[in-house]
Design a protein around this ligand. Structure first.
Ligand code: 5AD
Ligand code: SF4
Length: 439
């Protein structure tokens, strides 16, 4: 029997990349690869890259540079670049780093096995097409391999919104939804393999409109179908756009028992002037009213969001409007970023805010977000939450899992296994997690 070849995948960026890396590992599994945790003993190194912020391409080139020694020692080592930097840079990657054997864009992952075969023949393989065929159907998951209790499942990909700062519409392409029956089959398969919680993924997940038995389905329709899957306990979804928050989805937050009370709904800025320049097509006010309606449906929902500070021409007043909005919403989690120029996007051409000003705003925003996050987490003490246990904690005898609000919760000396869903009374709030006792 031949030794299995070893594959090392390094994943950057979003949860969709995590999902994609799993699919790529499975596709290459068919070519005789097993995963390894170390690049040193790998026969193939694959970087699954992200292009969304800060000097992404440069980072990839320098990371590749670090594998030069390995490749010199082991000429058979194959090096590949996948993900959004692969899509954006294409052939340029092989030009700048001739040791790269394979460059594959996110829409071509199902072609990896053929591409890998090509590299074995000593050829270079490049594919950054946006093919017509259904990548997901061709990237069938490996049957019956056991899984942990949580999993991602991509239901929608790409984006037609063209926010002025964002590369996603260019790297992931136009918005495409997968047919509902295939998603449900994949969910059933995940559950059979031990999964209890599924996070539906899409760059614009709430714009989902996949084919169902009676015409296109909305995300809420899909969630109701998944709600029927026996053994599946929890459903989440990310990332949503405020303009696609349909009435049925808002309502589902109040009525669908498996849908978790957590919503990631990025607003990016609290200034209408900036929102307009970002091409967001919503206002701060319409966003706040939307949250009001969501909270009417599900009062305890934990909100999360994304913010960009220092967007071109953002003034102190614009920034203040962002702080006001954050103060009003009070996010349980929020991710804030300093604007970074993405070549080819409209905002890249606009007058930029000075770095020290953007740095200062980022710090002030993050301080406010951290304060709210703390308050919300601390307010969980004394409450009873449901926890899906995932793995042993850092201390002996400890188990950790996530509450319905996505807070990490750990219990000590408890008889509980990974995959169990248990009621826990919260007793303390630590730096990044809650402590509790099983009920
Ligand atoms: N600069 C800074 N942040 C960005 N994001 C997307 N593009 C940029 C950019 N050019 C942020 C947005 C988005 C999140 C995934 O990344 O806040 O919601
Ligand atoms: Fe990018 Fe999201 Fe805007 Fe689409 S909606 S362009 S993915 S920020």
């Amino acid at each position: 029997m031949t030794e299995p070849k070893k594959l090392f995948i390094k994943t950057y960026g979003c949860q969709m990349n995590v999902y994609d890396s799993e699919r790529m590992a499975e596709a290459l599994g068919g070519q005789g690869y097993v995963e390894t945790k170390s690049p040193d003993d790998a026969d193939m190194i694959l970087l699954n890259t992200c292009h969304i912020r800060e000097k992404a391409a440069e980072k990839v080139y320098s990371e590749l540079g670090r594998f030069k020694g390995l490749k010199a020692e082991k000429p058979d080592l194959k090096i590949g670049v996948a993900g959004c930097v692969a899509q954006a840079e294409g052939e340029e990657i092989m030009r700048r780093q001739p040791m790269v054997d394979l460059v594959v864009g996110p829409q071509s992952y199902h072609r990896l096995p053929e591409m890998e075969a090509k590299t074995r023949d000593g050829e270079k393989a490049l594919d950054t097409d946006f093919p017509e065929e259904d990548k997901f159907e061709k990237l069938k998951t490996r049957p019956k391999a056991k899984r942990g209790p949580t999993a991602f499942l991509t239901v929608q990909e790409g984006c037609d919104k063209f926010c002025a700062f964002c590369v996603v519409p260019y790297t992931r392409g136009a918005e495409v939804s997968r047919p509902a029956d295939r998603i449900i089959r994949e969910a059933q398969d995940l559950v059979e393999r031990g999964v209890r919680e599924i996070t539906l993924l899409g760059q614009n997940v709430n714009a989902y409109h996949g084919a169902g038995p009676n015409g296109d389905m909305t995300l809420a329709g899909l969630i109701w179908e998944l709600n029927k899957v026996d053994g599946l306990e929890r459903i989440r979804f990310t990332t949503s756009h405020p303009n696609d928050m349909g009435d049925d989805l808002i309502e589902a937050h109040g009525t669908c028992e498996k849908l978790m009370p957590y919503l990631h709904l990025p607003v990016q800025s609290g200034s209408d002037k900036i929102l307009k320049r970002m091409n967001r097509s919503h206002t701060a006010e319409s966003y706040l009213r939307l949250i009001e309606r969501i909270r009417e449906a599900r009062p305890d929902i934990l909100m999360s969001g994304d913010f960009i500070v220092g967007f071109p021409e953002e003034t102190e007043d614009d920034f203040q409007a962002t702080l006001d909005l954050v103060e009003e919403v009070k996010y349980g989690y929020a991710y804030s970023f300093k604007y970074s120029t993405r070549p080819g996007t409209p905002a890249a051409e606009r007058p930029q805010v000075k770095t020290h000003i953007a740095d200062d705003r980022l710090q002030r925003l993050q301080a406010m977000i951290t304060r709210h996050q703390r308050e919300i987490q601390d307010a969980m003490v004394g409450r009873t939450v449901s926890v899906l246990f995932e793995k042993p904690g850092r201390q002996p005898g400890q188990m950790v899992g996530k509450s319905e609000y996505l807070h990490a919760v750990h219990v000590s000396d408890a008889d509980v296994a990974s995959g169990e869903l248990r009621q826990v009374r919260i007793t303390a709030s630590g730096a990044n997690s809650l402590a509790g006792k099983l009920l």
